[in-house]
Design a protein around this ligand. Structure first.
Ligand code: FCB
Length: 470
C-alpha cells in the first residue's frame, strides 16, 4: 500500500477510534493510550565496544574473516557505549524515552560461556541498570542478541544440544545479579535471524552455510528459551515479566505462479512459525517436519512452551519468495514489486505489513501482550554544515509505522509499547558502519552524538503521547 493510500484508509477507519481521536481544528490528533511505552533498543556488540572484555564472541571472529564485513570494520570501538552509557541515557531521557532494551554480552560476564564469571562484566551491567533507573528509564534486559562466546562456538555452538543448559545457567546468573532491579527480561533477540542468516546463509556470525546447522540453531535456541524462562522464574517468580523477541515478516509470493504461493507459505513456516509456534503453541510447523522431527526429543516442546508475559515484535519489511531448488528449503528471494519504496538496506517499505503481523498474533496466537521491540529505517544521510541531520525519510518511515501501530490498537491488538531501532548509528552487522539506523548520528572519528531530525520528532511523540506530523 502506498503511503498516501495508507493514510487515507486510516482516516477512513478513524484511526485512534472514537474517544482517542481528538479533532483539533484542521488536523486530526492521533493519541496513544495512557501508559503506552516509548522506548529505544540497542545490542551489546553493536554499541558497547570491547572495553575490558577479555573473551572473544563469534562476532569478533567473524569480523576478522576477509570480506565478511563490507567496510572491514568490527565492534572493537562501536559507539563506546561501554564508557559513554551515562551520557547516552541522558540523551534518551531527554527524548522522553521511558524504556531501554539493551543486551548482555554473554562473553563479558562469562568469558568461556559457563563457569567462572568476570566481575568487571557483571559490574558494568549493574552500573548500566542503575544509571537507567536513575534516568527514569526502565531497563529491558535481553540475554542474547547474537554475540555468542567464541568458547561455546568452539564446542559446537547452537548445534550442541547441551548449550541450552549453559544458557539456563547464564540466565540464572543474570537474574540473581540484576533481578533486584530488573523486572523485564527478554530471552532472545530474533533467534530466527541468528539461525537462518548466521547458520543457513552464512552472512552473519558464525558464518555457517548449512541447513542442518540452521535447524539445530533454531531448535536449540527454542529449547534454551524454554529452559531460560524456567531459570528466570526460579529466581524472580511472577515479579519478573518475561518475553522473547522475534523478527516477524509477512512472506508473500513474488509473482502469480501457484508455485510461488507455496514457496511463500513454506518460507513463512521457516522464518516466522519455527520461532512462534514452539514457544506459543507447543509445536513445530507440519510443513517442516522432515527437518525438525529428528531434532525434537520427547519433552522438548513442553519445555519450550512456558508461560510468557509478553512477546516482542521486530518489524521492518515484508519478504517476497519464489521457488528455488538450490535454496535452503527449496525457496528463494523473489523480486520486490515494482515501484515499492525501499530503504538504503534495499528493504521494501510497507507499513501495512506491520498490521498483517500484529493481526495474525491477535487472531492466531491468543492476542498476547505485545511490544514492537524494533522498528526503524536505514537511510544514509549526512551532517549539514550547520550540524543538523535532516533525515526526513526516516521520520516519514517512523511516522507511517507508528500510525499503523495505533491503528492496530484500535483494531483490538494488545499492543503496549514501541521501541525505535535505534537510539544511535552503530555497527550494523555485515554492513559495518555503512548502514545508519540511528535517531542520533555518531561521528566515527570523535564518536560525538548528534541528534537528527528524527530524534526531535521522536522526542515530541514520546513527550506528548501523540503522533506528530511527519
Ligand atoms: C534487526 C537486529 C538489529 C538491527 C536491525 C536493523 O534484525 O535485531 O540488531 O541490526 O535488524
Amino acid at each position: 500500500m502506498r503511503r498516501r493510500d495508507l493514510l487515507a484508509s486510516m482516516a477512513a477507519a478513524g484511526v485512534g477510534g472514537g474517544a482517542l481521536t481528538v479533532t483539533a481544528g484542521r488536523a486530526e490528533t492521533v493519541q496513544f493510550p495512557a501508559g503506552f511505552v516509548w522506548g529505544t533498543a540497542t545490542s551489546s556488540y553493536q554499541v558497547e565496544g570491547r572495553g575490558d572484555r577479555q573473551a572473544d564472541t563469534i562476532w569478533d571472529s567473524f569480523a576478522r574473516a576477509p570480506g565478511a564485513i563490507v567496510d572491514h570494520s568490527n565492534g572493537d570501538i562501536a559507539c563506546d557505549h561501554y564508557h559513554r552509557y551515562a551520557d547516552d541515557l541522558a540523551l534518551m531521557a531527554k527524548a522522553g524515552v521511558k524504556a531501554y532494551r539493551f543486551s548482555i554480552s554473554w562473553a563479558r560476564v562469562l568469558p568461556t560461556g559457563s563457569g567462572g564469571s568476570d566481575p568487571r562484566g557483571l559490574d558494568f551491567y549493574s552500573r548500566l541498570t542503575d544509571a537507567a533507573l536513575k534516568a527514569g528509564i526502565e531497563p529491558w534486559v535481553c540475554l542474547f542478541h547474537w554475540d555468542l562466546p567464541q568458547a561455546l562456538q568452539d564446542h559446537g555452538g547452537w548445534s550442541d544440544r547441551l548449550i541450552a543448559d549453559r544458557y539456563a545457567e547464564y540466565a540464572s546468573l543474570m537474574a540473581k545479579h540484576l533481578g533486584d532491579r530488573v523486572t523485564r527480561w527478554v530471552t532472545f533477540n530474533e533467534p530466527n535471524v541468528h539461525a537462518i542468516i548466521g547458520h543457513g546463509f552464512g552472512e552473519h556470525a558464525p558464518g555457517l552455510k548449512s541447513r542442518e546447522a540452521m535447524f539445530q540453531a533454531l531448535h536449540h535456541q527454542n529449547l534454551a528459551h524454554g529452559k531460560g524462562v524456567q531459570a528466570l522464574r526460579a529466581t524472580g517468580g511472577d515479579r519478573f515479566k518475561l518475553g522473547t523477541v522475534l523478527s516477524l515478516q509477512p512472506c508473500r509470493p513474488a509473482d502469480t505462479a501457484p508455485a510461488s504461493a507455496a514457496a511463500a507459505q513454506l518460507w513463512d513456516a521457516l522464518w516466522n512459525r519455527c520461532v512462534l509456534d514452539p514457544p506459543l503453541l507447543g509445536r513445530y510447523p507440519e510443513a517442516l517436519a522432515e527437518y525438525t522431527d529428528d531434532l525434537v526429543q520427547d519433552k522438548d516442546l513442553a519445555q519450550i512452551r512456558q508461560k510468557l508475559d509478553f512477546l516482542g515484535v521486530n518489524y521492518y519489511s515484508p519478504m517476497y519468495q519464489k521457488t528455488d531448488p538450490a535454496g535452503l528449503i527449496g525457496t528463494g528471494w523473489g523480486a520486490v514489486p515494482e515501484g515499492m519504496p525501499r530503504t538504503a538496506m534495499d528493504w521494501p517499505v510497507d507499513p501495512q505489513g506491520l498490521l498483517d503481523v500484529l493481526s495474525d498474533l491477535r487472531d492466531h496466537y491468543g492476542n498476547p501482550e505485545l511490544y514492537i521491540t524494533e522498528n526503524g529505517a536505514c537511510f544514509a544521510e549526512t551532517v549539514a554544515t550547520d550540524g543538523r541531520v535532516d533525515d526526513a525519510q526516516r521520520v516519514a518511515y517512523l511516522h507511517d509505522h507508528i500510525a499503523v501501530a495505533r491503528r492496530a490498537i484500535a483494531e483490538k491488538v494488545n499492543l503496549r509499547g514501541y521501541f525505535a531501532w535505534t537510539i544511535m548509528d552503530n555497527f550494523e552487522w555485515a554492513k559495518g558502519y555503512t548502514a545508519p539506523f540511528g535517531l542520533m548520528h555518531v561521528d566515527r572519528a570523535t564518536l560525538a552524538r548528534t541528534p537528527k531530525a528524527s530524534y526531535d520528532w521522536f522526542a515530541k511523540l514520546a513527550h506528548s503521547n501523540t503522533l506528530p506530523a511527519a
